[in-house]
Design a protein. Sequence first.
Length: 282
Amino acid sequence: MKIAVLSGKGGTGKTTVATNLFATLEKGMLIDTDVEEPNSHLFLKPVILERIPVKKEYPVVDEELCTLCGKCGDFCRYNAILPAKKKVLVYPELCHDCGGCQLLCPTDAIRYYPRTIGNIYTGKTLSGRSVAYGDLLVGEVSGVPIIEQLREISGDEKIVLIDSPPGTACSTVAAVEGVDYAIIVAEPTPFGVSDMKLVVEMLGALQIPMGVVINKAGLGDREIYDYCQSERLEILAEIPFSKAYAKQYAQGGLLSETFPPFRETMELILDKVSKAGGRELL
């Protein structure tokens, strides 16, 4: 069973829920697909066993063969290749590696070459369970290739927890597409509910079953409860705002290992997700 944990924005507690759910499970694998700012490993503290470079190809133009016809630039919708007056300018970070410019070039002046856009780190926790996370290099535009490779690495695991990127961009869609269940972590504030609505719409379009975990309960208003009721969204659990929780989190600790009520909340969430997915998790 593949379970995605996601949120409409950063800072809602998505990673807190994902890592503590994983710590509560006795089996499975966690992958952190928030490749722009991965931090699950800071809490799970795996021993890193392998670093895998992730490569993506980009076009290189042979200036001796190029006639500056402009067909490559007309084709590229991402402005990754731009014919200028004296040469063709290439912006590798913008390239989506589709190969169209190479196919259209009438003089066969374009070749594709690989370059590293980030890395994947795989390791084991002290309990022997697998953890993997991706890290996009600074300046790169899209981490989707890294996310897709993370999904491939976890393909043989029976239970996979996916710590997803926040929001509803392409990277989030790549992380959650095809999962069996999605856990939305949201704050009970107007801003939190507004962003959560976008996530609900995205998951609905992808036809992914979902439930909501309300984090920092008690800080906001009733809007999130009214919205969940109107959309018939199951509230899986509520996590109260707690300075003790915040302090433990700031020190890189797992709340489920220190606070028995928090672990019981994680078990409750897993039990509800298990029933919704028709598969045993605990």
